[in-house]
Write a protein that binds this ligand. Structure first.
Ligand code: AMP
Length: 409
């Protein structure tokens, strides 16, 4: 027996039923909001992430699955979608507005625990080529509706603005000065970050004491970033999307500017409560080689965590299970099952053409069918026996009536 690797999961029934609902809801919403499908490589040049995500970020420093391929190139299993999608935008000409939706596994070498996996699955939206706050609002609204649609309870949204790169130069100096004064009270990681990435200290769990009094980017926004943020906020207010301002939210990756946000569920413990997040990342395209700026905003939602916050379903998975009482009627039953499936009904049956009716009823219950239709002696008169599993009610009906019943339930 060769077991699966630590931090990876086999997602199988019954849990996979929630995954199917989540992925369908994502696909459906993405189409409604005008996002095209993007299927991205799971492997990219290492440099894309070190330059794009940032050399001094946790992900690049400690978590990437990086190796040399047989041709001697350094390659990395993607730890996130954004850098690859922006790369594809630049590589395909990089013009105008492009709205993309992607779904797939990401890889980060984490200390595995519940909700923190080495291979985890994200659904992701990227709105490229638009600088207006309306784009930020759209990806935030989309994410909120997705969580609502799949039944996540206690949805919370933290929102912040970290300003533009230019605003950050002055702010960064101020923050560094403050952190240096408090150096002796800081964790070792935070001390190391004073020079390389002081902003990250703001979301350091080990340094809450020092961070509490630190200057925050929100108090140092330039006039344009401030206006952008206030417009985004009033649009969210207008849409009735509740949020709280979290001045210490900076998010882990380097490429963000202006709006940053994070969704959580209040029904989870804090450490793994983040269901997704994102923000505006206007500087990224130029960091990875675009000759002109590409304003953009995106979101990545963590499916492994969302499914834990989704309710199970009492609803039946199948409309009907077709049981065959007289095995000579198997060819007719085969054709009927096929016809019903082609009309869009969810049907299963016993393809063995050998089991007893009792065994077929067991199978019907196991696979969550709403009813069983028994194909038997009355078939030649166009009749089957329909048993509704929930109520136990059984009657002889025509095959047309079976369809009618399925349509109406
Ligand atoms: P990030 O790309 O780090 O902003 O993460 C976006 C979302 O992906 C988070 O809010 C989590 O829901 C999910 N996520 C990130 N890392 C992991 C992980 N190691 N295991 C499971 N989910 C994760």
């Amino acid at each position: 027996m060769i077991p699966r690797l630590k931090g990876t999961d086999d997602i199988l029934p019954p849990q996979s039923e929630r995954w199917r609902r989540l992925l369908r809801a994502f696909d459906d919403l993405a189409e409604r909001y005008g996002y095209d499908l993007a299927l991205m490589p799971a492997i990219e040049s290492t440099e894309l992430f070190s330059r794009g995500v940032g050399e001094t970020t946790e992900v690049v420093e400690k978590q990437m699955y990086t190796f040399e391929d047989r041709g001697g190139r350094s390659v990395t299993l993607r730890p996130e979608f954004t850098a690859g999608i922006v790369r594809s935008y630049i590589e395909s000409g990089g013009q105008g507005i492009v709205k993309l939706a992607a779904a797939g596994p990401q890889f980060r070498y984490e200390q595995p625990q519940k909700g923190r996996r080495r291979q985890f699955f994200q659904v992701d939206l990227e709105y490229l080529g638009e600088s207006a706050p309306g784009a930020d609002v759209e990806v935030i609204e989309f994410s909120y509706r997705l969580l609502e649609m799949v039944g996540v309870s206690g949805i919370g949204l933290r929102l912040n603005s970290i300003g533009d790169s230019a605003d950050r130069v002055a702010y960064r100096n101020l923050l560094q000065e403050y952190l240096r004064q408090r150096q002796s009270d800081l964790s070792e990681d935070a001390r190391r970050r004073i020079d390389s990435n002081p902003l990250r200290v703001l979301d350091s769990k080990a340094d809450t004491e020092v961070v509490r009094d630190a200057p925050v980017p929100l108090d140092h926004l330039g006039p344009e970033a401030a206006q952008h943020f206030s417009r985004a906020r009033s649009a969210l207010d207008g849409l009735g999307i509740p949020y709280e301002i979290d001045p210490r939210l900076v998010r882990g990756l380097d490429y963000y500017n202006r709006t940053v946000f994070e969704f959580y569920s209040s029904s989870f413990e804090a450490a793994q409560s983040s269901l997704g997040g994102g923000g505006r990342y206007d500087p990224l395209a130029e960091l990875i080689g675009s000759r002109h700026p590409v304003p953009a905003v995106g979101v990545a939602m963590g499916c492994d965590r969302i499914v834990h916050a989704m309710p199970g379903v009492a609803e039946h998975r199948l409309d009907l299970y077709v049981a065959v009482a007289d095995h000579d009627l198997t060819p007719q039953a085969t054709e009927w099952v096929s016809r019903l499936r082609q009309r869009g009904f969810k049907i299963d049956w016993d393809a063995s053409a050998s089991r007893s009716v009792k065994a077929q009823f067991k199978a019907a219950n196991r696979c969550g069918a709403a009813a069983v239709a028994i194909v038997g002696s009355e078939w030649s008169r166009g009749l089957v026996s329909l048993k509704v599993l929930e109520t136990g009610e059984e009657r002889q009906v025509s095959v047309e009536e079976v369809e009618e019943w399925m349509k109406q339930r």
